[in-house]
Design a protein around this ligand. Structure first.
Ligand code: FAD
Length: 475
């Protein structure tokens, strides 16, 4: 009699060895909940491969047996993409955590997928270089996750999305094939730029195991200011004016409403409003450059002109790194303080920059018609036309009745976004949260092309099934 075949979970465990898996419910549990507490998953097996070869062995087995698998990095994703919602096997990149190399002269760094964004930033900084991706989740999110979501953040205005920061990738395909594309090239026109297909693919086309990233010279000078502005229209004009004054040296331009500042000062230790009187809106601006460029003078001239033109009613310019950090803390604490304030419904939208005032003028009343008394908290990356168009319940704390309006509110907002030629997901992705809405906002030709790509790379649909790619509706 032949020995019984090991079942698929045993084969997966064998592929990674004793340190490379867990079936301990208490170890798996934190991987099953996400930051917003909206999605709860379950999984029989957590795999923790330490090398691309182990990832390849895992995927080969999953492909052969048709076993669905979800990849997870730092578990900071905001659309549920990293959560195994249907009992899939979970692949964590936490042990793919080596720095493979740093080329100071060429200004590139090669890191494995599970290295955190903060670690990459620190390694670059130690060499007086800059990795400019900056997110409030940077202590936990991973480079693999950043690439898989094509993360944005606060410095896209100057340096672009993650896509613009990746020179090379190493990816394991669904059938275990390793695509070794870790090239440190700025130019490579040898056919399709395959790495681009995996950037922003949210774990549906392959598992990213390492990346070669682009670094930049670390600016010597950073000028940071918080400006009180009368309206979003004034903020848009201020953006153009400050870009002109600084010769395009703005690295961040973040819009915040008064209520966001109130939430932050109410909920975050040590946070304080730097102004004597209230303003309906604020802009956090940063310009960076070399010490020879007299950036501070041109920035302050620009600000003075903006005050004369009534685009700015008051402003504080940070006079030390500590003051700049305190101003940034106000901006970066908005999500956390919004969470502490209670129930909220969020939208991560983009419209053309100039359309932001008109979008707000139309979308805020549309939401208030659905949820009277809801408190608008629209903030974010105005310089990129990306708003976190969020609403808190009229009262603090839990509010199930308000949260039950999520779908209606989202559809109303996204329909208006479409009218303005915008995007229903500027930087967080589609994941599980928006997959059912995608057909309403993306043409069926585009969706068919996405499905064709998915079939080519993952014909058995084992990678993150049900996320990002909407099923074809049968009529
Ligand atoms: C407080 C806070 C602030 C945030 N601010 C921003 C912001 O300003 N801008 C922004 O863009 N995002 C922001 N995010 C969202 C989040 O941090 C990013 O989406 C981040 O890039 C996710 O990285 P991660 O390692 O946590 O990925 P995870 O959450 O683990 O996974 C996210 C997606 O990527 C896939 N994935 C992860 N690793 C891999 C891999 N190695 N190979 C293939 N697929 C993979 C997963 O399957 C999932 O679909 C914020 C989140 C929080 C909690």
């Amino acid at each position: 009699m032949s020995a019984p075949k090991p079942n698929v979970y045993d084969r997966l465990k064998d592929a990674v060895g004793a340190k490379g898996f867990s079936i301990d419910a208490s170890e798996i549990a934190p991987h099953l909940e996400e930051w917003r507490g909206k999605y709860h998953g379950h999984s029989p097996l957590l795999l923790k491969p330490a090398t691309p070869a182990e990832v390849s062995a895992i995927l080969r087995i999953c492909h052969e047996t048709g076993t669905p698998i979800v990849t997870q990095g730092g578990n900071t994703g905001l659309v549920g993409g990293q959560i195994p919602l249907h009992g899939e096997v979970l692949l964590s990149t936490q042990r793919l955590n080596r720095l493979r190399g740093l080329d100071e002269g060429g200004m590139t760094l090669t890191a494995e997928a599970g290295v955190t964004l903060a670690q990459v930033q620190q390694v670059a900084d130690d060499k007086r270089l800059l990795f400019p991706l900056r997110l409030a989740s940077e202590g936990s999110c991973t480079i693999g996750g950043n690439i898989a979501t094509n993360a944005g953040g606060t410095h896209v205005l100057r340096y672009g999305m993650t896509r613009a920061l990746v020179l090379g990738l190493e990816v394991v395909l669904a059938d275990g094939t390793v695509l070794a594309m870790l090239r440190a090239l700025h130019k490579d026109n040898t056919g399709y730029d395959l790495k681009q297909a995996f950037i922003g693919s949210e774990g549906t086309l392959g598992v990213i195991t390492a990346a070669t990233l682009r670094l930049f010279p670390k600016p010597d000078v950073a000028v940071t200011a918080l400006a009180a502005v009368p309206s979003p229209a004034a903020a848009v004009k201020l953006l153009g004016a400050m870009q002109a004054h600084t010769g395009g040296m703005l690295s961040a331009f973040e819009l915040m409403p008064r209520i966001a500042l109130e939430f932050v000062t109410r909920h975050m230790d040590g946070a304080r409003d730097p102004f004597a009187s209230a303003s309906p809106w604020y802009v956090l601006m940063e310009a960076t450059g070399g010490s020879h460029a007299n950036l501070t003078a041109s920035f302050e001239d620009g600000l003075a002109d903006a005050i004369t033109a009534n685009l700015v009613t008051d402003a504080v310019v940070a006079s030390s790194a500590a003051q700049a950090a305190a101003l940034w803390k106000l901006r970066e604490s908005i999500s956390e303080s919004q969470k502490r304030e209670g129930a909220s419904i969020k939208h991560d939208i983009a419209v053309p920059v100039a359309a932001i005032p008109d979008f707000l003028a139309k979308a805020v009343p549309a939401v208030l018609a659905i949820a009277p008394g809801a408190r608008p908290v629209s903030f974010g990356h105005l310089g990129d036309g990306n708003l976190h168009f969020n609403f808190n319940s009229s009262k603090a704390g839990d509010d199930p009745k308000f949260l039950s309006l999520w779908e209606d509110m989202q559809q109303a907002v996204h329909d208006i976004v479409k009218e303005f030629g915008g995007s229903i997901s500027a930087e967080h992705g589609i994941g599980a949260m928006k997959v059912s809405q995608l057909p309403r906002y993306k043409s069926h030709e585009e969706l068919d092309a996405m499905r064709a790509l998915k079939r080519a790379f993952d014909p058995k649909n084992i990678l993150n099934p049900g996320k990002l790619i909407p099923p074809v509706l049968k009529l």
